[in-house]
Design a protein around this ligand. Structure first.
Ligand code: ATP
Ligand code: MG
Length: 304
């Protein structure tokens, strides 16, 4: 075995620690700033496909909760719903990124989204030492819904009318992580399918959250092969008009600006396909992904 001279050996031993220390300490001002604050994280179905990425997401969420940030998870599950529906011989149709939903599809959503997808996330967080509780919008009247303006075409797709925060507050106050499947109810006994981005936005607004973070399967908003560091409402409207922003990105972008306009200071889109993107976004100066901003904010001096 080759032996290293004493001083080189010391360097080899200390170098990694010397490099890791500053990285860890970079998180301290953010931990101090965010302790006791609420983050709403929208976990997109599109980002749930790879099991090691799912694990790193659950680790990130657990760590955030353990340093004292109140985490509320709202999840999608579009792909899982489509697959279950397919097995039952039910076709899926979408309009501007929203799922056309009839009573049969509501049953599929309850089975899949509020069932398997929700419980898989709860279990994953628990594997990493976090304590999560599966919740649907129907539990404790959490998400009261209205029919979507395009209900004639979309069917039982709802918009958030009111979020009753009592149950979520109770869970967060007890150090638990609510994992919310976005179904909604009305006073007439209807159950609604609510796009998870819309639900996350409504919940972030009602909780006066510090941040809303969408975790999806893209590195950010693409324009051609560029990924935008920031996007304003005006730019987003143009990109939707030009078809540059399409499909599931439309409800995300619209709900992001609604959230910003309603007083939640920071709204981000980050890549669920990149390991530890959540921690990097929150605990490093640079951040990752695309931040939704007011028109006048310069992207060079952006305060993440
Ligand atoms: N300009 C764009 N930049 C990035 N992604 C875009 C753009 N336009 C459309 N998209 C699409 O939006 C998709 C993300 O929305 P989608 O609804 O599929 O996922 P999600 O919201 O993360 O998951 P779920 O709907 O299950 O909660 C991307 O996978 C991409 O195909
Ligand atoms: Mg979506």
């Amino acid at each position: 075995m080759e032996t290293l001279p004493c001083n080189e050996l010391n360097l080899a031993r200390t170098a990694p620690h010397a490099a890791i220390g500053p990285v860890l300490i970079e998180a301290l001002p953010y931990i101090r700033k965010f302790e006791g604050k609420t983050f709403v994280i929208k976990y997109g179905g599109a980002a749930m496909k790879d099991s090691s990425l799912k694990s790193s997401f659950a680790q990130n969420v657990t760590l955030l909760r353990k340093v004292g940030i109140k985490i509320v998870l709202v999840h999608g599950g579009g792909d899982a719903i489509t697959k279950t529906a397919e097995k039952l011989g039910i076709a899926s149709r979408f309009l501007h990124g929203r799922r056309v939903t009839d009573k049969e599809m509501i049953s599929v959503i309850q089975m899949t989204l509020a069932g398997k997808v929700n419980q898989d996330i709860v279990q994953l967080i628990s594997e990493h030492g976090g304590k999560a509780v599966g919740v649907t919008g129907l539990d404790a009247d959490t998400i009261k819904a209205l029919p979507h303006p395009n209900a004639e075409t979309l069917g039982l797709v709802g918009e958030v009318e009111q979020i009753n925060t009592g149950y979520i507050d109770l869970l967060c106050g007890a150090g638990l992580i609510p994992v919310i499947a976005p179904t909604g109810f009305d006073d007439k006994g209807n159950i609604y399918n609510i796009n998870a981005d819309d639900a996350a936005s409504g919940i972030a607004i009602a909780l006066k959250a510090e941040k809303l973070i969408y975790v999806s399967d893209v590195a950010g908003i693409h324009v051609g092969d560029r990924i935008l560091k920031t996007i304003s409402k005006g730019e987003a409207a143009d990109f939707i008009e030009q078809g540059i922003i399409s499909g599931g990105m439309i409800p995300k972008v619209l709900s992001a600006f609604k959230t910003l306009d309603s007083g939640v200071g920071k709204v981000h889109l980050i890549d669920g396909k990149s390991t530890h993107s959540l921690l990097l976004e929150i605990f490093t100066h640079e951040g990752v992904g695309t931040q939704f901003v007011a028109e006048q904010e310069s992207d060079q001096f952006l305060n993440r």
